[in-house]
Design a protein around this ligand. Structure first.
Ligand code: ASP
Length: 442
C-alpha cells in the first residue's frame, strides 16, 4: 500500500507549516512518496519563492546582473534559512546556492531558475523527514518539442520507486532529452504528484492545500459554501473549465487512467475529510447539484435567417467565419431560424467586424446581432440525471431573484446545465441557485 502526498506552497511556506506537514506524514506509514511545492506565501502580501526566483533570474541576466541580483538572491536564501533554522536541521544549502548563482549568471534559463524553488524545498524536506531525495530532472521527462513525455517518465520512475521505501520528489519540473531543466505551467506540482502516483500505482493521491476541498460555489460570492464530498472526474472537468480551480487541470490525466482517486486535504485542518475526486461512484451526491461555477466576459452573436433550418450547411458556414479568424466558440444554442454563438469577449472584440463580414459573405444571413458583457454559469451534478425538475427549479429560482436568463444549454450527458445571464446578474444568479439546492436542500 502506498500513498502519494503532494503539499502546496502555503503548506510549506514556513518552519511552522513544515512541522504540520511532518506530523501529517508521520501519522500514516503509507504516506511514502512526498511531492513538495516551493515555499509559498506566509501572509497575503508575501511573495512566493517561485515568483522571487523568476524575478531574480531576470535581474541576473540583465546589465550588471551579478551586482544587481544580490539583494533578491539573499531574500530567497533567507526564506530557506528561516525554515532550516526553525526546524533545527543540520543542513547547509551554501553549495547549492553557489551553483544556482553561477547558473543564473550563465543564463541557464527561466525554467531552471523557477525549478530551484521545488528542488531546494525537496532537499530540506528529505532532510527533515529522513527520506531519500530524488531529483525530478532525472526521472520526469519532456520531449524535444517541450511536451511532457508520459511513457518515458513512467518507464524511468516506476523501477526507481520500486527500489525505495520513502522518498521526496520535488514538484513542478523535469528535463528535456538533453538534460535541460523544464517546468510544467504554473501550479504544476499537482501534475508531478499525479505522475508519481501513477508510477507507484498508489492507492490514493493526497493533494494537501490550504482549503478543505472543493467548494460547491465560489467563496467570494457565497459566504462559507459547503465542501463537495465526492466529485467525479467528469464533473470536475466541467467545473474547472468554468473557472473553479484548486487543482491543476493536467493533474487529472495520469491518475485517471489508473483509477487512482485524488483526495484534496487541508494541511491546516488535517482532520477534515476533504474532497474525493473519483472516476465513478455509487455514492449519491448530498444535493442534486455537485457544484456551480461560472465565468464573465462573453459575447453572443445572434444570427437569423428565414428558413435557416432547411438550408444544408448553414451552421458550417457560420462556424467557418469563426475558424478563419482563429476564434474558438464556447456554446451554440439554436432556434428554428436562429443560431447563437458564444465567444470570449476579449478574444472576439478586435476581430468583431472581420467575423461579421465573413458570416455575411459565407452564409448570407438576414440579421446579425451582437450582445456583450454576458456570463455563463455551469450547474453541474451527476445527481441531475436521476432527478426530475432540476431545470425548472433553477429557472424559478432565477425568476424569483429577478435574473433574466439569456441562454440555456443542457449537455447531452445530463451532467450540466449552462445558463447565460448578464454580467451584472452573475453573483445574484449564483446565490439564487446555491440557495435553492443547498440551503433549501432540494
Ligand atoms: N511553485 C510553482 C508555482 O508557484 C509550482 C507549484 O507550486 O505547483 O507555480
Amino acid at each position: 500500500m502506498s500513498k502519494v502526498v503532494k503539499f502546496g506552497g502555503s503548506s510549506l511556506a514556513s518552519a511552522e507549516q513544515f512541522k504540520k506537514v511532518g506530523q501529517i506524514i508521520s501519522a500514516d506509514k503509507e504516506r511514502r512518496f512526498v511531492v513538495p511545492s516551493a515555499p509559498g506565501k506566509r501572509f497575503s502580501k508575501d511573495k512566493k519563492v517561485t515568483d522571487m526566483l523568476y524575478s531574480c533570474y531576470r535581474t541576473a541576466v540583465g546589465k550588471n546582473g551579478e551586482e544587481k541580483m544580490q539583494e533578491e538572491f539573499e531574500a530567497i536564501k533567507a526564506r530557506y534559512t528561516e525554515i532550516i533554522e526553525g526546524l533545527n536541521l543540520k543542513l547547509s544549502l551554501e553549495d547549492e546556492f553557489k551553483t544556482i548563482k553561477e547558473k543564473f549568471l550563465q543564463k541557464a534559463g527561466e525554467d531552471y531558475a523557477a525549478s530551484r524553488g521545488e528542488y531546494l524545498n525537496g532537499i530540506v524536506m528529505a532532510n527533515y523527514l529522513g527520506f531519500e531525495f530524488i531529483d525530478s530532472a532525472e526521472f520526469i521527462k519532456f520531449k524535444e518539442n517541450g511536451e511532457f513525455d508520459a511513457e518515458t517518465t513512467n518507464n524511468l520512475l516506476k523501477p526507481k520507486l520500486q527500489q525505495v521505501v520513502y522518498a521526496v520528489i520535488p514538484g513542478f519540473y523535469g528535463s528535456l532529452p538533453d538534460g535541460t531543466v523544464k517546468t510544467f505551467s504554473r501550479g504544476g506540482s499537482d501534475i508531478t504528484g499525479s505522475i508519481v502516483a501513477r508510477a507507484c500505482k498508489a492507492d490514493v493521491y493526497e493533494n494537501w492545500t490550504d482549503v478543505s476541498g472543493f467548494l460547491i460555489a465560489d467563496p467570494r460570492i457565497i459566504e462559507n459554501p459547503e465542501v463537495i464530498e465526492t466529485i467525479t472526474y467528469k464533473e470536475l472537468r466541467e467545473l474547472s473549465y468554468m473557472g473553479a480551480g484548486v487543482l491543476h487541470e493536467d493533474a487529472i490525466f495520469p491518475v485517471r487512467s489508473e483509477g487512482i482517486p485524488i483526495n484534496i486535504r487541508n494541511t491546516n485542518s488535517p482532520k477534515d475529510p476533504g474532497t474525493w475526486i473519483v472516476e465513478s461512484t455509487c455514492q449519491k451526491p448530498k444535493y442534486t447539484i455537485t457544484g456551480i461555477a461560472g465565468r464573465k466576459g462573453f459575447c453572443s452573436i445572434n444570427i437569423e435567417k428565414d428558413m435557416m433550418n432547411a438550408e444544408i450547411g448553414f451552421g458550417r458556414k457560420v462556424l467557418q467565419a469563426f475558424e478563419d479568424n482563429d476564434i474558438s466558440f464556447e456554446h451554440m444554442p439554436s432556434g428554428i431560424d436562429t443560431m447563437t454563438i458564444f465567444v470570449h469577449q476579449d478574444e472576439f472584440m478586435h476581430k468583431e467586424q472581420q467575423v461579421v463580414s465573413a458570416i455575411h459573405r459565407l452564409a448570407d444571413p438576414d440579421t446579425i446581432e451582437i450582445e456583450s458583457d454576458l456570463s455563463l454559469i455551469a450547474v453541474v451534478g451527476r445527481g441531475m440525471k436521476s432527478t426530475r425538475g432540476t431545470a425548472g427549479r433553477i429557472f424559478s429560482a432565477l425568476a424569483h431573484a429577478n435574473v433574466n436568463v439569456k441562454m440555456i444549454d443542457q449537455g447531452s450527458s445530463e451532467l450540466n446545465i449552462i445558463i447565460g445571464v448578464d454580467d451584472a446578474d452573475f453573483n445574484t444568479a449564483i446565490k439564487a441557485i446555491y440557495n435553492i439546492f443547498v440551503v433549501a436542500r432540494l
